[in-house]
Design a protein around this ligand. Sequence first.
Ligand SMILES: Nc1ncnc2c1ncn2[C@@H]1O[C@H](COP(=O)(O)OP(=O)(O)OP(=O)(O)O)[C@@H](O)[C@H]1O
Length: 347
Amino acid sequence: MGPSTEGLVVDAVSVTYPAAGRRDEGARTAVDHVSLTVGHGEVVALLGPSGCGKSSLLRAVAGLEPVATGRVVWDGDDVAGRPVHERGFGLMFQDGQLFAHLDVAGNVAYGLRNRNVPREERRTRVAELLELVGLPGSGDRSVSTMSGGERQRVALARALAPQPRLLLLDEPLSALDRALRERLATDLRGVLAATGTTALFVTHDHDEAFAVADRVAVMARGTLLQVNTPAALWAAPADREVATFLGYQAFVPGTAGEPSVAVAPDGLVLDDGSAGPTPPTGRWAATVVGSAFRRGRTEVTVDVDLGEGTVRCTAVTPSGPPVVGEVRPGASVHVVLDESRTATLAG
Ligand SMILES: Nc1ncnc2c1ncn2[C@@H]1O[C@H](COP(=O)(O)OP(=O)(O)OP(=O)(O)O)[C@@H](O)[C@H]1O
């Protein structure tokens, strides 16, 4: 058995749903022949907009949804026909779905009790897991007194307790506010790495995907657009759709066969006009819409035509005190590119 069959192999999987309306409308294809691998110990994020089919794919891997085509293979063994509980995969959802009648320890130990793990071993394992997810000593707390973030930590500990060979996470942080989500994303990565857990993780948030995953699979309309490490994706998004989805804010069209350039959120810089000749990458006239002092520098919202009609973008100023006078709404300014914050598009 070659290394390519190790871990999870999703091979040309499709998921279809019966048409909601008339019988002759045919089935709706939510996932269309998607192939993807997740190696042992690897964390892969499925990233895509709402409705792109990422949850359907995760559910098909879990066994919660039948596959219309393709195979779901673990270590060379096709599990596509097997029920959920025979796959050895763990699940964690957006709303952790904790058992309200059990305390924290009871929740975490749930899967262990089902597997007849002896009481002492259970106790030790629960304590270790609570320590790992940042809730040491909270085994006898009632889950109803916990915050959203704490509940998701308990849900993670519960999902990890039986040491699933693959952990499937469906938007596990989406119900939390942004600051908490960022912190928990980092913690989640740490916990998955510390336990050597193999995981497939669904999210619509590119920051979260980048923070948690070893590789990110960008999905749209039921298909995979591009799969790579966060750094490689960011450096070379395959096309505009991927770039937009990763958070690039605008595009400068290529001239005479040159490829287009994607501009990162901080890739446009307000130019004070003193820089002399126009840089080779260009200088554009822009109109200020508004400005805000954020993270130590002024971010200016501008309307600018980078070559494809007027778009609304953010231009940054160098770090330092707020720039006020010249960035009043309606003011005429110029912007240039920070080349280190752009990506050249292949397609
Ligand atoms: N049980 C279902 N019956 C019929 N259609 C469904 C069902 N579940 C999902 N769909 C449809 O399949 C498509 C993919 O949905 P899916 O939930 O997999 O996407 P998603 O990317 O996970 O989106 P979201 O982030 O909003 O959950 C959508 O068009 C959705 O309306």
